[in-house]
Design a protein around this ligand. Structure first.
Ligand code: PEP
Ligand code: MN
Length: 338
């Protein structure tokens, strides 16, 4: 970290700052420039926050050299993390994992029917929301506990591990008991109490990127979960808010190589929430596989026009099966299984 100080900074202030930083175990080097004074901090600076240091009236600028995250950082953990969910392994070099299912669990029969279809098509895991983060309080809010149990039953019958979204800490035990992969939704990416809570359980976590989160903020949220004791985090890009209105969100596919470089965690893509349009799911999914995604999470419904949420972006089972067939060819072309 490099701190730029005003040329007029008194020596007593420099001594005080030096002592303050050294107390945290970092080494401080001082350089007197022509127009400014500079302090270089070497060592673990993750405990320092740029804006706290900028509060000092003598400080002109603070520049971080090392990333503010440690546990998620590829630099300190060069090997790829492979996250195991039931019998499925997700991560670099593993087969591309396809997670599919309805946006929301609507009934046990319904989710069992869709589970059978996605299993037949080649999905590795079943998704389905039981607690839904809806923009309107008047929209379907999910089947809650009954939905979790119905999803569990559908997964059990078809031999598919299940993923579902946890919205609040008070349902942590329910998820730890019944859900194989705990999803933290975009809207809760910076719900730090929830992140710490899922950090304390022995279940892998699917962490979606927040609606307007930078990549670094997203990685810092993974760091929260890891710092609380849970190393099994999968990152999921689901599009971000931009000025563009032709798609529900704007998919940032560049995150695949960026996350791969900055972290050792698996990265998957959600083309459904990224585009909001079933017609765009196939091309975007194929592009994500080609770009090296470790998996996809796709909404599938057998009667999208009757779906209680996100019907417009849900694929019918036949289209989903076709997507998997094409996805296999793309995966093969880059030397990967699916
Ligand atoms: C979902 O997966 O159903 C969902 C609500 O996703 P997101 O949090 O990405 O909007
Ligand atoms: Mn949805």
């Amino acid at each position: 970290m490099i701190i730029t100080l005003k040329k007029s900074t008194p020596q007593v202030e420099i001594d005080r700052l030096t002592e303050q930083f050294e107390n945290f175990g970092v080494k401080v080097q001082y350089l007197e420039g022509r127009d400014y004074k500079l302090m270089g901090l070497a060592g673990d600076t993750t405990h320092f926050y740029e804006s706290d240091i900028k509060a000092n009236e003598w400080v002109v600028n603070v520049q971080r050299i090392a990333a503010p995250y440690k546990l998620a950082n590829r630099m300190f953990h060069p090997e790829d993390t492979i996250v195991e969910v039931g019998n499925i392994r997700i991560g670099a070099g593993q087969p591309v994992a396809i997670i599919a299912g309805p946006c929301a669990v609507e009934s046990e029969e319904g989710v069992c029917r869709i589970a059978e279809e996605v299993k037949k098509a080649g999905a590795a895991m079943l998704r389905g929301g039981a607690y839904k983060p809806r923009t309107s309080p008047y929209s379907f809010q999910g089947m809650k506990t009954a939905g979790v149990l119905a999803l569990e039953e559908a997964g059990r019958r078809n031999g598919l591990p299940i993923v579902s979204e946890l919205m609040s800490v008070d349902k942590l035990d329910e998820f730890a008991e019944h859900v194989d992969l705990v999803q933290i939704g975009a809207r809760n990416m910076q719900n730090f109490d929830l992140l710490k809570a899922v950090g304390s359980i022995n279940k892998p976590v699917l962490l979606k990127r927040g609606l307007s989160a930078t990549i670094e903020e997203w990685i810092m949220s993974a760091e929260y979960i890891m710092a609380a004791g849970n190393p099994n985090v999968i990152l999921c890009e689901r599009g971000i808010r931009t000025f563009e209105r032709m798609t529900r969100n704007t998919l940032d596919l560049a995150v695949i190589p960026i996350i791969r470089e900055k972290t050792h965690l698996p990265i998957i893509i959600d083309p459904s929430h990224a585009t909001g349009d079933w017609k765009l799911i196939e091309p975007i999914s194929l592009a994500a596989i080609a770009a090296g995604a470790d998996g996809l999470i796709i909404e599938v419904h057998d009667h999208p026009e009757q779906a209680l949420s996100d019907g417009a972006q849900s694929l019918k089972p036949e289209k989903f099966a076709e997507l998997i067939r094409k996805g296999r060819l793309v995966a093969q072309a880059i030397g990967r299984e699916l």
